[in-house]
Design a protein around this ligand. Structure first.
Ligand SMILES: [Zn+2]
Length: 403
């Protein structure tokens, strides 16, 4: 303990607010990671758990910037309060996600198998030009906005080939001072084989390598992974922080920022989404869709499936589903006890809608929406997702009771 106090006195504390400038809210996480960087007591593997849009990857990237900055010498792995400097080559490269000591793994499509005589070629080299272009564009978008989701078409799992490539890279290249950071995004998509390869890597941890795994689906993580990492939980971001950051970062007008922060469910991504669109109009789109389902005209159902199932609209579809889940949770709250849901009772659309869905099983409806959101991420064919979801919602929400 005395030793720890010495360390803390010796090195000025990293200031969480200043040095995690991309991460929004999450003061406790900033605090833990700042302390780790300041003292040099850094875990081999972290697991960041939290809802989509809570800032897990933004935290990982900010943490990487602190660890990788080369503006001054490392003292026994400790980082001083001045880092990251934002100016050195390391900082510039990390910011652009091109730092050689910083790797990002995320669910990617399986590459073509090597052609004859191509043994030993890096798995990454096997992607088609179009696939590579798509992934490069994604990384550029991520560098531009740390809250961008790492999702590409056909990317269903984190490939064992990529874990193996990491392993051989760490074995071959010698440690030349400084840290190396590996971000494994959506670690719940490590299937058994890839997870085992990763655990092997963790058993004999390469020097000065920090693994940061992220996941929004704790229940889908393999227990062996969970037990090997230091877990940090990301809370929902509070409304005041979301509101203030929308105003400060995106120059959103206060009224709109207020509304967006309220609707965002503690997610920065959702807050931005709401702030960029027109919340009232977007909500009406959802209500109209549900009304159409309620009317039950089969021709209209086909039209809706065609519209929302268009592959080019999958981003809008995902956003719409988030809004739909939000709206149905409000209806559910009102349905459970209209007299105590005073604010909701002022919304005439909601009250009218609730008369059609009185006492229905909202949990089943919300589960179906969740499943659909997951399917979009898995790149299941969107017309199929739309058809299944809309049929289920109609059954669950609008079928008269007892039938
Ligand atoms: Zn620097």
């Amino acid at each position: 303990m005395a030793e720890l106090i010495d360390l803390l006195e010796d090195v000025e504390q990293i200031q969480p607010g200043v040095h995690f400038h991309n991460l929004i809210g999450q003061d406790r996480v900033k605090d833990v990671l700042s302390r780790a960087a300041t003292t040099g007591r850094i875990a081999h593997a972290y697991l960041f758990l939290g809802e989509v849009g809570s800032g897990k990857e933004a935290a990982a990237l900010d943490f990487a910037r602190i660890l990788l900055c080369m503006s001054e010498g490392d003292r026994k792995g400790q980082r001083s309060a001045a880092l990251p400097c934002g100016k050195c080559d390391s900082c510039v490269q990390t910011e652009k996600l091109t730092h050689p000591g910083f790797k990002v793994l995320f669910p990617q499509p399986k590459p073509q198998p090597p052609k004859e005589g191509q043994d030993g070629v890096d798995a990454v080299e096997q992607y088609t030009a179009a696939q590579r272009k798509q992934m490069d564009a994604l990384m550029a978008a991520k560098a531009d906005d740390y809250y961008t989701s790492l999702s590409v078409s056909g990317g269903n799992e984190i490939l064992i080939e990529h874990i193996r490539a990491l392993r051989s890279e760490f074995r071959l290249t010698s440690y030349s001072g400084g840290w190396r950071v590996v971000l494994i995004s959506q670690a719940d998509r490590l299937r058994v084989q890839a997870a085992n390869a990763f655990l092997k890597l963790l058993e004999e941890p390469p020097a000065n390598v920090v693994f940061i795994l992220t996941s929004s689906r704790e229940s889908r993580l393999l227990p062996t992974i969970l037990s090997r990492c230091q877990v940090l939980r990301f809370a929902r971001i509070d409304q005041d922080t979301l509101r203030d950051e929308l105003i400060a970062r995106l120059k959103v007008k206060p009224d709109k920022a207020d509304a967006a922060a309220r609707l965002a469910d503690g997610s920065w991504k959702q807050a931005v989404d709401w702030a960029r669109g027109d919340p009232a109009k977007e909500t009406m789109k959802v209500v109209e869709l549900l009304r159409d389902l309620l009317r039950g005209d089969p021709g209209r159902l086909d039209e809706l499936v065609d519209y929302w199932g268009a592959a080019s609209r999958s981003g809008d579809f995902a956003g719409m589903l988030e809004r739909m889940a939000h709206w149905l949770r409000d209806v559910q709250t009102y349905d459970a006890d209209p007299s105590s849901a005073k604010e909701l009772a002022r919304d005439e659309h909601l009250v009218k809608f609730a008369t059609f869905t009185e006492g229905r099983n909202f949990e089943d409806a919300l589960d179906a929406i969740d499943e659909a959101r997951l399917d979009i991420e898995r790149h299941v064919q969107t017309t199929l997702i739309a058809y299944n979801l809309f049929s289920t919602l109609r059954k669950v929400l609008f079928r008269p009771k007892g039938k």
